[in-house]
Each structure stands twice: as C-alpha cells, then as structure tokens.
Write a new protein. Structure first.
Length: 215
C-alpha cells in the first residue's frame, strides 16, 4: 500500500518555507449538512522521525472510523497547529458549494492561529487568503493520497464532520434521515427517505433537486 509522504513538504522546506500546511475538505458532495475543512501544520521535515511512531495517516476515505479517530487524536496532540472550518447549508444554498467551501477553507486556516508560509491543497487553489496568494499555494490532484499534511487535514475534518452529523441526527426533526449512518451523503437509503418525507432545512436544495431531476 502506497501512503502519502513528506516529499512536497521537504521540497518547500529547502526553498525556505517553514510552516507548511495541508488543507482538505469533506462533505462536498453530500445531500445534507455543512461542508467541513481541515488545515494541519505538521512541522518541518524532521517531523518524519516522529511520524514513524504515528498511527496510520492516509486519505480519510481509505481509513476505517476507528483508524480515523485514533489518527485524529494523535494529529491534534502532535501537530504544530490545526484548524477546522465549516460553511453552513444556508451558505451552500445561497452561494453554491464552491464559494461556500472556500469560506470554510479560510476559516480553517485562520483557526490554526499561526502564520502559515505555504499551503498544500487537495485539488483547488483558495482565493482571498490573507498573506497566502497563489504563489504560496500548490493545488495537488488527489493530494490526500500524496501529502501527509493534506491527508492529516482530511482526517481532522472528516472526524469533526461525522461527529457533527451524528449529533444532528439525534434531533427528533432529523432522526428519520439517519444521518448517524449516512452522514448526509446521498446513499440509496437516504434518497428513499427523501422521496418519502421530503427535505429538511439542513438539506442542500440544489443537490437534491439536481438528483430528483435525473430520476
């Protein structure tokens, strides 16, 4: 199994960048709930020695829930800095998922509370980040499978959002949607529930309407 490594971070460190952050989002394609983003600064390449003692850090989609939660605790404890950001369903419905996700990214970066020198991002550049223009960003296709920093960001975002959706599913108004199980994704069961009961105020209207127009 090929795991993400620190090659991108090492190259940037040799160029003089010190605090290099990985950034990723989760829940972009969901039918319900907010989009969540993570930003993690692991440290300089010397951190690789510490990583040998770390739990499995990989693309969050490839890990089990237990593996993600173990990694999440380790990252929060050992990272130089980490931050989480979200954009609400209201923002997604009003602005579209792209702009809403960018808002969540900027929040996660700000919540790190350190002056980041360079961003490694899964697939997309992030506009309007104070002090981090495009020249200080690198968008990497499938970055969460290539960069440990991005993979770590995907893990903290995924664990945070999953717990949020489980919490929301306990509300009597939303219990029928079984978000504790599907986390808001458009699973077959979730789609059947929407057909039966309609959508809630925490559903992304455009996402659901697009799906309904195809069935």
């Amino acid at each position: 199994m090929t795991l993400p490594d620190l090659e991108f971070e090492k190259r940037l460190h040799k160029k003089g960048f010190k605090l290099i952050a990985g950034v990723d989002e989760v829940g972009r394609g969901c039918f319900a709930g907010p989009v969540a983003t993570g930003c993690v600064v692991l440290g300089d390449p010397g951190f690789e020695v510490l990583r040998l003692k770390s739990p499995l850090i990989d693309d969050s989609k490839k890990l089990s829930q237990k593996q993600r939660e173990i990694a999440d605790r380790w990252i929060r404890k050992n990272a130089v800095a980490y931050g989480i950001g979200t954009a609400s369903v209201i923002q997604i419905n009003k602005l579209g998922i792209k702009k809403a996700t960018e808002i969540a990214f900027r929040k996660a970066i700000k919540n790190c509370k350190v002056q980041i020198d360079y961003l490694l991002i899964d697939a997309f550049y992030i506009p309007y980040v104070k002090g981090l223009r495009r020249k200080n960003q690198k968008a990497i296709v499938k970055g969460d499978t290539k960069s440990v920093s991005i993979a770590a960001a995907s893990i903290v975002a995924k664990v945070y959002r999953d717990k949020l959706m489980v919490g929301l599913s306990k509300n009597p108004k939303y219990k029928k949607y079984k978000w504790y199980k599907n986390k808001g994704y458009g699973t077959k069961e979730h789609r059947e529930i929407i057909r039966k009961y309609g959508i809630s105020r925490l559903h992304r209207k455009q996402f659901v309407e697009t799906w309904l127009s195809k069935v």
